[in-house]
Design a protein around this ligand. Structure first.
Ligand code: SF4
Length: 205
């Protein structure tokens, strides 16, 4: 329940505050296979990294760098560093690697979802599972050529209906968005599965 509430406030500040009271004794990063798109792992990338550390700010800074992000570009890392919970200066961080990476490949961040799909998405305050499921569904709908510019997907506790949505097909995905918006298609589950999102869209076509 607390995790969901975090998504309804300033998530990055909430993560920083959580880190100010919870101090882990040991952090293990399982980076054997990651996913550059979402946490559900439908596009695995072999990275062969296992890392050990004790400071979450330092650990996340190293991992962010590996994934192609500057640590200070990620607001919660910035807040944590500014509040003295750890450094994000990569030159000062000493992380223990449990294994030797078989590749020195560096990764680039994936395109933002707003550039991946030919539709409008408002996803402020969304939980990761809900978003992951929507991404799966949009991939499938894109493959089926059912995504269009004049579709608006709203998902999350702070999602917004665009001012210029008249004439568009509006879709409220998840219980939070269903409470906020009166849309053409409403999927009031928490969270809805990718298949439920697809079935609702296909039925409306
Ligand atoms: S509907 Fe989605 S965004 Fe809302 S609480 Fe459930 S999982 Fe989170």
């Amino acid at each position: 329940m607390m995790k969901r509430r975090f998504h309804g406030v300033d998530l990055h500040r909430a993560i920083a505050q959580l880190n100010s009271v919870l101090r882990p004794d040991l952090i293990v990063v399982d980076g054997l296979k990651g996913d550059l798109y979402n946490e559900t792992g439908n596009t695995p990338v072999a990275m062969d990294r296992m890392l050990l550390g004790t400071n979450p700010v330092e650990m996340d800074s190293v991992v962010a760098d590996t994934l192609g992000y500057a640590p200070r570009d990620i607001p919660y890392i910035c807040h944590c560093a500014d509040e003295g919970l750890g450094t994000c200066d990569l030159d000062q961080i000493n992380i223990h690697a449990l294994n030797q990476a078989t590749t020195e490949e560096r990764f680039t961040p994936p395109p933002h979802y707003s550039r991946r799909f030919p539709c409008h998405i408002s996803a402020e305050g969304v939980c990761c599972t809900c978003m992951g499921n929507l991404m799966f569904a949009l991939e499938r709908l894109k493959d089926m050529r059912l995504l269009k510019k004049k579709q608006v997907f709203m998902i999350g506790q702070k999602s917004r209906m665009p001012f210029s949505a008249s004439g568009d097909l509006t879709v409220s995905v998840g219980r939070c968005a269903a409470k906020l918006h009166s849309a053409d298609i409403t999927i009031p589950k928490c969270p809805p599965t990718a298949n439920e999102i697809c079935e609702n869209m296909i039925a409306a076509m």
